[in-house]
Write a protein that binds this ligand. Structure first.
Ligand code: PMV
Length: 353
């Protein structure tokens, strides 16, 4: 655990406490794929916080003889999620011993299918960590100031790397970079420089090719980067993409930003396909949709680009100015190929409920 968290006073929980938070998902434009140490990213990443793809979580903590965790997901008991949260809490309890004497009752729901590459682990983990920290703050009578969000980002990162970026709205970065000395490996930071109006309120249409659970988890995927023949080249590529994309975002240049976004998505999946134990998360329909988007871009000359997370679904990224045209195109041409389309856009970050 990082000192910023262990600084918090930690006496035993005396009475029942409750917290409820909503946290958004985020889509990475520069991908985090591979770690240098425990939850330390090998390169800086950059994401867009979404507005409609959310997790809403209630946490009730009550004093208990031992740690107990129950997880109700969309009205049903979910032992797998309970297990995941329990392992996380056990890892935190080496510093926060008081966690060992709490019963954690968690109730959560998503506005999108989980484990389908829409970073549901990010919104879910961020929402849970906000609730946990909220209760710890209640125990310590602390105000929820700026440091609360930095701490929540730290905590979320320990649970699921990309979750640390879901603590802020807009464009968010995570990972050290020479671009700005304040960017950190241990928590995310909202992008500090001014972004060109062309990139304010970016749109993300999520084309759900499959909502099935993916066969290889992100945790496993990060692990396979450790022995990967191309890992150092990939990390250099991501660092350089990060520096270049910031220039494009500042000057409003889609010819810089768009190709980088697509290259990041394809490099991520190329890493999976060339890892020591290769695997493919893309589906034939994903490739069909990529061709569709490219063709539409060439024909219409509109700035419409795709990205993909660790799954088969396509995120179509475009400016607000072309929203109507792109939505009509996707309704007509993409809708017949997919399970669902979520028309999402830049969001403001988490909210207490
Ligand atoms: O946060 P994790 O461990 O689920 O990894 C997520 C990695 C990607 O979603 C593929 C990329 C990213 O930066 O979000």
């Amino acid at each position: 655990m990082n000192s910023i968290l262990s600084q918090l006073a930690h006496s035993a929980l005396q009475d029942e406490k409750k917290a409820k938070w909503q946290a958004p998902s985020n889509i990475a434009l520069i991908k985090y794929w591979g770690k240098l140490g425990p939850q330390i990213p090998a390169n800086p990443s950059l994401s867009l916080t979404l507005s409609r793809s959310l997790s809403e979580t209630t946490l009730i903590c009550s004093p208990s003889e031992r740690m107990e965790v129950s997880f109700e997901f969309e009205g049903e008991n979910h032992p797998k999620f309970a297990q995941k949260i329990e392992s996380f809490l056990v890892s935190l309890s080496t510093e926060w011993a008081f966690l060992k004497k709490i019963k954690f009752s968690i109730f959560s729901k998503n506005t999108f299918p989980h484990s389908a590459g829409i970073a549901s682990s990010a919104s879910g983990m961020a929402a849970f960590c906000l609730c946990l920290l909220d209760i710890i703050y209640q125990m310590n009578n602390l105000p929820k100031d700026e440091l609360f969000y930095i701490r929540a980002s730290h905590l979320s990162r320990l649970g699921s790397g990309s979750a640390c970026r879901s603590l802020y709205g807009g464009l968010v970065e995570w990972g050290q970079s020479p671009v700005d000395q304040s960017y950190s490996d241990t928590h995310a930071t909202p992008i500090k420089m001014s972004i060109h109006p062309e990139f304010s309120q970016l749109q993300d249409a999520i084309l759900i090719v499959s909502s099935e659970e993916k066969p290889v988890s992100s945790r496993e995927g990060h692990g396979r980067m450790g022995e990967h023949l191309f890992s150092s080249i990939r990390f250099s590529q991501a660092k350089s993409h990060f520096e270049q994309i910031l220039k494009g975002l500042k000057t409003g240049d889609w010819t810089i930003v768009g190709p980088i976004i697509e290259s990041e998505a394809l490099s991520l999946h190329a890493m999976m396909m060339t890892s020591p134990e290769p695997y493919i998360l893309l589906k034939p329909k994903t490739l069909e949709l990529i061709q569709l988007i490219k063709h539409f871009r060439e024909e219409s000359r509109l700035p419409v680009y795709f990205t993909i997370d660790a799954g088969p679904n396509l995120h179509v990224i475009y400016p607000e100015s072309v929203k109507a045209k792109v939505q009509t195109f996707l309704e007509n041409e993409a809708r017949p190929l997919v399970e669902a389309i979520i028309f999402d856009e830049e969001g403001h970050g988490p909210q207490v409920c």
